[in-house]
Design a protein around this ligand. Sequence first.
Ligand SMILES: CC(C)(C)c1nc(N2CCN(c3ncccn3)CC2)c2cc(C(N)=O)c(N)nc2n1
Length: 346
Amino acid sequence: ASSPTAPPAALAARAATLREQLERASHEYYVLDRPSLADAEYDRLFRELQTLEAEHPSLRTPDSPTQRVGAEPQSALPKHQHLVPMLSLGNAFSDEELTAWEERAVRLAGEDVRRAGYTAELKIDGAAVSLTYEDGVLVTGATRGNGTIGEVVTPNLRTIRDIPLRLHATNGVPAPTGVLEIRGEVYMPFSRFEQMNEARVQAGEPVFANPRNAAAGALRQLDPRITASRPLRFFGYSVVRPAHLAPLPFRTQWELLETLAAWGIPVAPSRKRCDTLDEVHAWASEIERNVRAQLDFAIDGAVVKVDPLRLQAELGDVGREPRWAVARKFAPDIAETTLTAIEVNI
Ligand SMILES: CC(C)(C)c1nc(N2CCN(c3ncccn3)CC2)c2cc(C(N)=O)c(N)nc2n1
């Protein structure tokens, strides 16, 4: 017999179904931009779940869509120690410097580095964060901070629709178990950045100098309702877990990104699996010359990574920078440098 407070199994099952349907609809609407559920239907299901949770509080789980916006403002942001430190990135400002990076890696780990190839990614110009999931449920979100200690901003990150509150099994990829940290970049699309600054000018509020500052500022709000009002997005690019836990279900950076996407984490477009560094040079040049101007978000370059995790571990890090990855920086965005110049003149 069920105890008086435990909800009947049928209601618990209904709540679980509603959570799944609402999260899938939200993912299709915000991430895939192809909604399959009408807004009115979404609202009806959302209200049904809210009612169920109000009548049976034990059904109000942390991965419920009703728990995205809303905790009370905090007094200050608590500190968070990252399970695995978030590294920095060395910079390569030219093709020659990128080639020198490859030569050093080959000297250390041998020709396998060249044979195995690279994953090349856009370098999103936003604010780096780390999301901790336990058995697929988001439990903590933190800013990068100094790489070892960041600030807990979980309520603020939960307001970002791109960030799933629960990781799902799809395309034959099982949902993750145990604890893992997903790292990525929170950013503000250009189109929404301009719109927000326009509104701030009308409201007599100070404008943000660039989308990166706007994203970082929104993330560090004490009141999540303010964060919820800011148009923030997210791309993931790294998954780590403490060394003593079971290995993750992928062997290369490319498979890592495919796994993130299968779990419902947005991954930046225009990435490329390159068999040679020449392919990386050509891809980076195409991105800087043609793709960058079409993107609705700021990038400050590309990130080139030795693909196999085995070689990444063999290469390790020096100081706080991985030997197996490097940022290929592009010329600063014209708009930003112009604005900075104007600020200086004034
Ligand atoms: C996992 C590694 C360390 C190789 C790594 N580290 C990154 N970053 C480190 C330095 N970061 C940083 N941030 C502030 C201050 C100092 N360093 C900001 C993130 C990456 C950033 C991006 C991106 N932006 O799109 C990306 N596609 N891949 C990354 N990969």
